[in-house]
Design a protein around this ligand. Structure first.
Ligand code: NOJ
Length: 743
């Protein structure tokens, strides 16, 4: 069929299409989509069907190993379903046109990209954003990046990444929401809502892709791409819920993880993709591999060759092959040899075509490509405003002795020391993709505005790494003249993220040495810590009066940091991943299981280290404010409930300081006795509340049976009657506790 014919078909279908694309929720119009796709598939050749299952990287961005193949001609023949890493409205329009006008059926392409924490405007890295515990902010960031990316012609974001991670050696912790399943699930939902919006066909939204299914965040030794060895109980209890939350929220696509789980690569894991995802959870969207995931099966050595890899992957449930071109090259042969069925090929093709239908691409293949809109929307001030808001709320105050922070605007001289003081690029963080350093306001520039009456002396002192100490002396001289010193230290953007595992997660030696030299001058010292992952700060922590965890905050890093340093914004972030005291403690996380010999530092034969406490330096849920909060005892409206009942638990939280502030009130529950060993406590609710200075607010949580369920001894998810410890406070270490009973 030539384009004119195709357009005719599309136009005939237009009235149905518009209605069918009208909402993301509800299945009333599925029948129309199914009919459209079935009609289309009845006209497709085997090669064309296989082509829809092929996703190829373009050259605009490099997010994995590069190959020299040029697939443009394959696309023109209708043998490619989509491209990723292809950018700009103009280019995507031309690419789409080539395919729509030249291929036999004119089936439009789908364009994906790693829209992870921003597009042109960069937001804080996801781990940073999670520290806001602010679902409105997380959703705003996701909505903004989707709107900006969609305005540049993209359809599909490879986000959210919801991999639970307890090992900060793994660089990709920067891309997720930290160590907790409950919080991770809430954030997954907010991200999906933000990216997809209410209507898939809305050209200001993208289709989301939850990844990396599954348990990619638990590689052995924290080494990226490594194996995952995990019991089904661990997997179901702690690692799977955030993916499920995303699916329940309507996430349309799922990306397989690179790793194997207990020996079976996720890319060929039928149990995961078909039994759990499709049959148990009812997922009816599309499954895509990760970058060359099928090709890499030959390295896993679970397949004989590429053909076998392709056959195993599609049979297990993969719909779209990212970058391996193995479906493209071997599916026909596999089918002819009877290794895969027409049902496999049809299912995969249909699931891809469904996405295109939902995006409204059959109605108008160019609907996302509007260059005038791109001009209006890209880098719109509203995104910078949103990024600034999110960035402020992502900052975590880790230490503040003698109220060194905030720094008064009357301060005479501030020394701004360290490689991050003037740097722009590293604020962009790991997946800045289309983001560029010219969008970033650096710290120095922001301080000049924030402290107009102060003298700001800026000195790098050193680079992030290496051993050039030639600038130490100048830095120390600047510090001597200052009333307070702010050190801007940490990791570069590429030191966390994909393929960025580390065995040493301290600050680089050169930075530690500079800190030592500066500390000798004996001035009040503030550390601004820039990083993608929790770091080991045990030695440095003692040298600073105050520490602000400022992550990689994106385009508006400088102004957000300046707001917090000056006190214009009172910090309220709380950690979502524990900061270990040493690498030897890893994995360290708050919701560990009870053991038979709990830690007792006075008893040798207990579960502990001889040379370190078990506790982290900074625990999950921890973060200070410029004000202080006190918590009343927990009041229950009743102290027992049946499975269909509800208990209301209330605390009075008082702002006991002199500034208004936000507090993240956290509720944890621990099962006193269960048929299997359970975590000491688990986060089961949180609320972020604003409390004016001197005021008290009531914060109430509802406890339902759903919050008490777990995989019991028979691997059935259920609750068990008995007593539960209930904690409500300002961190995972709160001692504010009561007990209730499930009858
Ligand atoms: C590999 C990464 O694991 C994945 O998260 C990303 O979406 C793809 N590359 C595409 O760039």
């Amino acid at each position: 069929m030539k384009l004119d014919k195709y357009i005719k078909t599309a136009c005939l279908l237009l009235p149905f299409c518009v209605v069918s694309c009208d909402t993301n929720k509800g299945n009333d119009k599925d029948a129309e989509m199914n009919k459209f796709v079935s009609d289309l598939m009845s006209k497709m050749t085997l090669e064309e069907k296989i082509g829809q299952s092929t996703l190829i990287s373009s050259w605009w961005d490099v997010t994995g190993p590069v190959s020299n193949n040029d697939y443009a001609h394959k696309a023109k023949d209708g043998h490619v379903g989509g491209f990723f890493n292809a950018l700009t409205c103009d280019f995507l329009y031309r690419l789409q046109k080539e395919v729509v006008e030249n291929s036999r059926l004119g089936i439009p392409l789908m364009f994906g990209y790693d829209v992870i924490h921003g597009y042109k405007t960069t937001f804080p890295t996801p781990l940073a954003m999670s520290s806001s515990w602010d679902m409105e902010m997380v959703e705003l960031a996701a909505r903004s990046m989707a709107e900006e990316a969609a305005a540049d012609g993209l359809h599909w974001a490879f986000a959210p990444m919801v991999d639970i991670a307890r090992d900060p050696r793994w660089g990709r912790v920067a891309e997720g929401a930290g160590e907790d399943t409950f919080l991770g699930s809430e954030i997954a939902r907010a991200q999906v809502r933000g990216i997809q919006g209410e209507n898939f066909a809305d050209t200001a939204t993208l289709i989301a892709c939850v990844k990396h299914f599954a348990a990619y965040g638990a590689p052995v030794g924290g080494r990226d791409y490594n194996s995952v060895d995990m019991s089904e109980r661990q997997l179901r209890e702690f690692y799977l819920p955030p993916y499920k939350a995303a699916v329940d929220e309507g996430c349309q696509t799922v990306m397989c993880a690179f790793n194997d789980i207990n020996g079976v690569p996720a890319t060929t894991n039928k149990w995961l993709m078909t039994d759990v995802l499709r049959d148990e959870w009812g997922f009816d969207g599309m499954i895509v591999t990760d970058y060359t995931g099928i090709f890499e099966l030959t390295n896993h050595k679970t397949v004989r060759d590429s053909a076998d890899a392709g056959a195993q992957a599609i049979r297990a449930g993969v719909d779209m092959d990212m970058q391996s071109a193995i479906f493209m090259n071997y599916s026909k042969e596999n089918y002819e040899k009877g290794l895969i069925s027409m049902e496999d090929i049809d299912r995969a093709c249909r699931n891809v075509l469904n996405m295109k239908y939902k995006l409204g691409l059959f109605e108008d293949p160019y609907r996302y490509c509007d260059t005038m809109r791109a001009k209006r929307v890209l880098k719109h001030p509203k995104f910078f405003k949103a990024s600034h808001e999110v960035a402020k709320r992502s900052i975590v105050l880790l230490k503040n002795d003698n109220e060194v922070l905030p720094i008064s605007k009357n301060t005479k001289t501030i020394a701004l020391i360290g490689p991050m003081a003037t740097n722009k690029r590293n604020h962009l963080g790991t997946w800045h993709t289309a983001g560029r350093e010219e969008t970033v306001t650096p710290i120095y520039e922001a301080f000049l505005k924030e402290f107009p009456d102060s003298r700001i002396i800026v000195e790098d002192g050193c680079w992030y790494e290496g051993d050039d100490r030639s600038k130490f002396a100048k830095a120390v001289a600047a510090v001597r003249q200052a009333d307070v010193v702010v050190m801007c230290m940490g990791e570069q953007e590429f030191e966390s993220g994909e393929a960025a595992s580390k065995t040493d997660i301290r600050l680089a030696k050169i930075q530690r040495d500079l800190i030592d030299e500066v500390a000798k001058v004996n001035k009040p010292m503030v550390l601004l810590l820039h990083n993608g992952r929790p770091m080991v700060l045990t030695d440095e922590e003692k040298k600073f009066d105050a520490i602000l965890e400022v992550w990689h905050l994106g385009s508006m890093a400088g102004p957000a940091i300046a707001d917090v340093v000056s006190g214009d914004h009172n910090p309220s972030g709380k950690l979502t991943m524990s900061f270990p005291r040493s690498v030897g403690q890893i994995p360290v996380y708050y919701n560990y299981l009870n053991t038979g010999r709990p830690e007792n530092v006075n008893v040798r034969f207990t579960s502990r280290y001889l040379d370190s406490p078990n506790s982290p330096l900074y625990p999950f849920g921890y973060g200070l404010s410029y004000t202080s909060f006190s918590y009343s005892n927990i009041e229950l409206d009743k102290d027992s409930m049946t499975k269909d009942g509800v208990i209301k638990a209330t605390v009075k939280v008082t702002n006991t300081g002199k500034r208004d502030g936000d507090e993240v009130v956290q509720m944890y529950i621990g099962d006193q006795v269960a048929s299997v060993s359970r975590p000491l406590k688990e986060l089961k609710g949180f609320k972020k509340v604003n409390i004016p200075a001197g005021k008290t607010v009531d914060v109430t949580f509802e406890i339902t049976d759903e919050l008490l369920k777990f995989y019991n001894a028979d691997m059935v998810r259920d609750s068990e009657p008995g007593d539960f410890d209930l904690y409500i406070g300002g961190s995972s270490q709160t001692g504010n506790k009561t007990v209730f009973t499930l009858k």
